[in-house]
Design a binder for this molecule. Structure first.
Ligand code: 5RP
Length: 231
């Protein structure tokens, strides 16, 4: 069974959580985009919702799907955010930002009463860190910031290479906010809370991809007898 089929199964289950009148956070990534497309079908069938997109890519997908959009300035309290993740541990702690949208994703998740994560079972881990941790930084002072981030990582008991993310054309990847991403290949993050605290203390760090205490639920799809199953 393809990861895409599992992602679609998780997205379809999440659409079932949406009720008429809800104010929604719309996540970013391939799984969240499937959710947006399926939600669009319900909107076209008469469901009334408004959504806050977590990226320009999701904004375009939501507009194409016919989902009415709003902003956090106009709608600062959201009922439910549905988003994907790069990793999820048993405490619902996440690594996000594989798509580079971690800053807006975290702001939107924090403004939501509930955040439900939609993933295929390959994203489940016992200990976060196999997926490189995205750290969003301002371009100014990049070398100094990178050195300070490396020291923060060591102080939290982690180690591993840091690399500036590149786009498909080989130039530095820029987030929707015009920032850079440092990807930290840590393999294992024994204390995500300690690492999160150390990273936000570094001047120049805008946000990191550890989502701690934000997810309230998860929909995980795995393959069983050739069919997707929600576990
Ligand atoms: C984007 C994200 C995505 O949710 C994460 O990368 C998962 O993406 P996908 O659903 O394509 O596997 O955090 O910043």
């Amino acid at each position: 069974m393809s990861p895409a089929a599992l992602k679609r199964a998780a997205a379809a289950r999440a659409v079932g959580l949406v009720e008429d009148g809800m104010r929604l956070g719309l996540g970013t990534g391939s799984t969240a985009t499937l959710f947006v497309e399926l939600l669009g079908e319900r909107v076209r069938a008469g469901l009334s919702v408004v959504g806050v997109p977590t990226s320009e890519a999701t904004r375009r997908a939501a507009e194409a799907a016919g989902i009415p959009l709003t902003t956090l300035d106009d709608t600062p309290d959201l009922d439910l955010t549905i988003d994907g993740a790069d990793e999820i541990d048993p405490q619902l702690r996440l690594i996000k930002g594989g798509g580079g949208a971690l800053l807006r994703e975290k702001i939107v998740a924090a403004a939501s009463r509930r955040m439900v994560v939609i993933v295929d079972a390959a994203k489940r881990v016992e200990t976060l860190g196999r997926f490189p941790l995205p750290i969003e930084v301002v371009p100014f002072g990049l070398v100094a910031t990178t050195l300070a981030v490396a020291a923060a990582i060591r102080s939290a008991g982690c180690a591993g290479p840091l690399a500036v993310r590149k786009g498909a054309d080989g130039t530095p990847f820029l987030t929707d906010g015009g920032h850079l991403i440092l990807d930290a290949g840590l393999s294992r993050i024994p204390d995500p809370e300690a690492l999160g605290r150390a990273l936000v203390a570094v001047p120049g760090v805008v946000e990191h991809g550890l989502f701690l205490g934000l997810a309230t639920g998860a929909i995980v799809a795995e393959a069983a007898d050739g069919q997707p199953r929600i576990v």
